[in-house]
Ligand binder design. Structure first.
Ligand SMILES: C[S@@+](CC[C@H](N)C(=O)[O-])C[C@H]1O[C@@H](n2cnc3c(N)ncnc32)[C@H](O)[C@@H]1O
Length: 304
């Protein structure tokens, strides 16, 4: 299962042209920003940030909110023409055309930016998007385009667990399919494995002073994030159907029937669910990093 080079442009399993996906990304941004207590790690110093890059920015919600908050030039890059169309329109409608620009770019390839271009490089929710072998390339490029003193911030979540048997079935097949497709850092295919991987990935790619903060999203029946999260999960499973069918995990009819059962089961007052979110960040420095770290066997090789 170990891969040693990064060749795929993307293994994004959802159609980026789907209108449901654009709504899902918008809702996901609002929900996850609330859960994570804001757009940035709480201990990150923002005073000297004068330029921001968001990798695989999707419909640009994070980068537009950052431009509103910091009032500095921000750049969002993504591979998909469709999400960039949506992102540019959204920035225009928010009056952010002067501050935010969007560019089509494949983040698994050398970035189209010179060294030392940005104070902050952000990457969020790419564990089930990028092949695991591409992570070192992406993080090393993120550090290359970072100015000394800047930070790379990466936010990822493990897959939600719930008491809905239908959702658990879909979670099980999705995680196994990701694993078989070369995504995530699990050693068994039973979880994404990204939460434990992030700090070591950052350190292994050359980031200094790596820090983490974690959050638990409780989406049990009646909790504040219940409605947003069950809607998000349902939409995610619905949109993943073509990928799951292609990977041999059931026909469209069968998979849609699981989505329907989940919609029913999450209405039970006994429904419980949760998800763990991790934000890890590190900086760029000329000093040698002294801290030791160990890479699990599922890791791609990290050349430094
Ligand atoms: C799950 S969305 C995450 C969007 C955004 N980071 C967020 O937090 O809302 C994944 C995005 O990655 C983009 N993507 C997939 N492969 C890519 C690649 N190789 N280079 C750049 N973007 C890519 C997809 O087009 C999609 O917009």
């Amino acid at each position: 299962m170990q891969q040693t080079h990064c060749s795929n442009r993307t293994s994004y399993v959802i159609d980026p042209a789907s209108a449901i996906e654009h709504v899902r990304l918008y809702d996901q941004h609002r929900l996850m920003t609330r859960v994570a207590g804001g757009l940035f790690p709480k201990d990150l110093t923002l005073e000297s940030v004068s330029s921001v890059l968001d990798l695989a920015c999707g419909t640009g919600e994070w980068v537009c909110d950052v431009a509103h908050t910091l009032e500095v030039p921000c750049v969002g890059v993504d591979l998909s023409t469709w999400v960039l169309l949506s992102a540019r329109a959204s920035a225009k409608m928010q009056g952010l055309d002067d501050l935010v620009t969007f560019q089509q770019m494949d983040v698994t390839q050398p970035f189209d930016f010179p060294d030392h271009s940005f104070d902050l490089v952000n990457a969020r929710f790419l564990a089930d998007v990028l092949p695991r072998a591409c992570w070192p390339t992406v993080l090393q490029e993120g550090l290359r385009v970072l100015k000394p003193g800047g930070s790379v911030v990466v936010t990822e979540a493990e897959w939600a667990t719930t008491t809905s048997p239908a959702a658990q079935h879909l979670a099980h097949v999705a995680l196994e399919a990701f694993w078989k497709a070369g995504q995530g850092f699990s050693v068994t295919g039973r979880e994404l494995g990204v939460v434990h991987a992030l700090p070591a990935l950052l350190k292994g790619s050359g980031a200094h002073h790596v820090q983490v903060e974690s959050f638990v999203l409780d989406c049990s029946y009646g909790q504040p994030h219940y409605t947003a999260m069950v809607r998000h999960l349902w939409a995610t499973y619905l949109l993943m159907q073509p990928f799951l069918t292609q990977m041999g995990y059931g026909s469209q009819e069968e998979l849609y029937a699981y989505c329907d059962r989940f919609a029913q089961q999450c209405r039970e007052e006994s429904f419980q669910g949760g998800m763990v979110l991790l934000r890890a960040w590190g900086g760029k420095s000329d000093e040698p990093e002294r801290e030791d770290f160990f890479l699990p066997p599922s890791f791609p090789s990290l050349s430094r």
